[in-house]
Design a binder for this molecule. Structure first.
Ligand SMILES: [Zn+2]
Length: 418
């Protein structure tokens, strides 16, 4: 098994121009004394929206790594793949995020359910999990209900995992299982049952992405009950430590936080939990970097401002089509979207302040930010004229990309605040 390091951080580079700037953030946090391993992730959905191929992610990352002399591991994540989409990623990825969220709630085969319940009598009743104060209680019916909900998904994860292992060899891959793109969060009890079932399927997963309580909207802060999140996050860590011992899962098994960018209010909670338990973390970000491209372009002068303005105009025009696929991960208040005539007065500063994620800045606008977050397709449509601007204003964009990852994400997550 290819071993994933304790701390890893997923970055997205939609137009394959920011890998060097992103890598500088990893170099800086390493100089601060924390090794965080970069993982470049791109999902099938992003590739299809942009018209890019998985090989381009590897190429851009490799180039950045070679130029910088980065000598720690780095990985390429085939993000949110399924059996029908994984093949095109096999050559250029070593990290696979196996997405089985769509199979949650599908009825398992009767035999599978019966065997699971028979083999897992240890999950009935009162369980004392080290680190969790109140014992976890699962009744016989409760276990059956959870198993019914997740066994088909676990089985499917096994099928996809074996397909990848068959193609690449278990020693060459890192597997993650994701269940985050669903409506209902998973409780610690459910996570326990899911991991037992994944172990039965022989999935050597090193990270799991559950759906946590609260809203993880794209590119903006967490919304939800912070106390509840803290309790569940800490309990999840205990469940992972327990299951890797009891069910023979990899001992570096860790949580993966998807849509993890910009969740500033939970970073201190995560940081405290990691410090207290010694647990590892994978955090996945993507679109936050594309927004820094827009901010850098806005700051670059009139040509860049014009480009941002035109993308915003088109996003207003196509708002239903653009936001539809992301309905469960954005909260845009349409009445807070400024009109075109308003933004036509805006210069560099106002655009940058509107978009940059400094939540208490008076000009920051979370609705504009979320709308543009899901509008990267529109930049892709501009083709070379967009890419040419990225080249031309490379330095100011790189500065924004770097500062966003390092200052607003890595420092609060990985450096102790006191
Ligand atoms: Zn995800």
């Amino acid at each position: 098994m290819l071993q994933l390091a304790k701390y890893s951080f997923g970055v997205g580079d939609r137009f394959a121009h920011q890998a060097s700037a992103q890598l500088r953030a990893f170099e800086q946090i390493r100089r601060d004394g924390v090794e965080v391993i970069p993982v470049w992730n791109k999902s099938n959905r992003e590739h299809s929206f942009i018209g890019s191929e998985p090989a381009s992610v590897l190429k851009a990352a490799k180039q950045a790594v070679e130029q910088s002399g980065w000598d720690l591991p780095w990985h390429i994540d085939a993000d949110h793949i399924r059996l029908e989409t994984v093949d095109r990623f096999l050559d250029s990825s070593d990290f696979f995020t196996i997405d089985v969220a769509d199979s949650i709630g599908k009825a398992p085969e009767r035999d599978h359910l019966a065997t699971f319940l028979k083999n897992h009598s240890e999950l009935f009743g009162t369980l004392h999990i080290p680190g969790i104060e109140d014992p976890i209680r699962i009744s016989g019916d409760g276990l059956e209900i959870i198993a019914e909900k997740y066994l088909a998904a676990a089985k499917e994860a096994g099928e996809i995992y074996r397909h990848i292992v068959h193609a690449k060899g278990a020693e060459n891959i890192i597997a993650e299982v994701s269940m985050d793109e669903t409506d209902a969060p998973q409780t610690p009890q459910e996570l326990l049952v899911i991991l037992a079932a994944l172990s039965d399927e022989g999935v050597s997963l090193q990270t799991i992405a559950p759906k946590f309580t609260g809203r993880f909207n794209k590119g903006v802060d967490y919304e939800g009950n912070l106390e509840q999140f803290e309790k569940e996050f800490n309990e999840d860590l205990c469940i992972l430590a327990h299951t890797s011992k009891v069910y023979g899962l990899p001992d570096n098994l860790k949580l993966s936080v998807h849509s993890g960018s910009d969740k500033f209010s939970i970073y201190p909670i995560i940081q405290r939990a990691l410090h207290k338990t010694g647990a590892g973390l994978h955090i996945k970000t993507a679109g936050t970097t594309w927004l820094e491209e827009l901010i850098g372009l806005a700051e670059s002068g009139s040509e860049g401002v014009q480009c941002v303005h035109e993308i915003y105009a088109a996003s207003l025009d196509q708002i239903d089509a653009l936001t539809g696929p992301y309905a469960s991960v954005i909260d845009i208040h349409r009445d807070q979207l400024p009109s075109l005539s308003t933004v036509s007065q805006w210069g560099s500063k106002q655009w940058a302040n509107t978009l940059r994620h400094i939540p208490n800045h008076p000009e920051f606008n979370a609705s504009v930010r979320q709308l543009l977050h899901v509008s990267f397709k529109l930049a892709a449509k501009r083709g070379n004229s967009y890419l040419d601007l990225l080249e031309k204003h490379r330095d100011i964009i790189a500065k924004n990309v770097y500062e966003n990852i390092y200052e607003r994400h890595m420092r609060p997550l990985f450096l102790r605040s006191n």
